[in-house]
Design a protein around this ligand. Structure first.
Ligand SMILES: [Zn+2]
Length: 233
């Protein structure tokens, strides 16, 4: 048996009122859909199926989920838990391609405050990293821009400071302000681009008497914003 997997991502908002607590609040995630293919090897090409063919056949479903509010999608109104999204996803593929084995939906964030220390690399010092799960929309953008829609991200934040030992307890306070929230409701984050969110975190760290040297906010796996204190050498 030989399987291959292709990961595709969608940035969406949701809430699950029946679960209560933080899950009932409007928030969001960067979700992944792992598409599993199985079959025998093509005698000439040496693969089960072209990864780009998997992507091409699944992208229309991802486009329905990406930069959306999942609770507004037909079939997901009442339940947007992972098993419900998986079931919905399969329903969108009534005729399964011959290679299709299954789909696993997941979330790329840590889903809890789990600070992790990253070693210094290139021109960056040691950093503490954590993630949080929130919804947002950018009302300042034109309606035609996908980020004008309600959506969400698993945000990854990396912070370096002179006092690395005490930094996690301060980052915990920032996590508690941001996690499982709708960012637009937080003063200063009504238009939370990566840049505005980065500045907001820098200001909070000053407020908590913990001036940072570096703050990085990563909204998606392929993009980030970096702030660096000009006063350090
Ligand atoms: Zn969630």
């Amino acid at each position: 048996m030989l399987q291959i997997s292709k990961y595709l991502y969608f940035d969406s908002a949701h809430k699950n009122e029946f679960k209560g607590g933080k899950y009932a609040q409007l928030h969001g995630h960067t979700f992944y859909a792992e598409i599993v293919a199985e079959g025998s090897l093509h005698p000439d090409y040496g693969w089960i199926v072209d990864f780009s063919e998997i992507k091409k056949s699944i992208v229309p479903i991802i486009d329905m989920l990406d930069h959306s509010y999942l609770n507004e999608i037909t079939g997901l109104e009442k339940d947007t838990t992972i098993p419900a999204i998986e079931k919905w996803f399969l329903e969108q593929i009534p005729e399964k391609p011959w290679w299709f084995k299954g789909v696993r939906i997941g979330i790329i964030g840590d889903l809890d405050f789990k600070p992790c220390k990253l070693p210094a690399e290139k021109d960056l010092p040691e950093l503490w990293r954590f993630s949080f799960e929130s919804a947002q929309s950018l009302p300042q953008l034109p309606n035609s821009h996908p980020c004008h829609n309600l959506h969400g991200h698993s945000y990854f934040v990396k912070v370096g400071s002179r006092d690395m030992d005490n930094l996690p307890s301060v980052l915990r306070k920032i996590y508690d302000l941001l996690d499982h929230r709708w960012l637009n409701e937080i003063p200063g984050l009504e238009k939370a681009t990566s840049e505005i969110l980065t500045h907001w975190i820098v200001e909070k760290l000053y407020e908590f008497n913990h001036p940072p040297d570096v703050v990085i906010v990563q909204e998606t796996p392929s993009s980030y914003c970096l702030w660096r204190n000009n006063h350090i050498d």
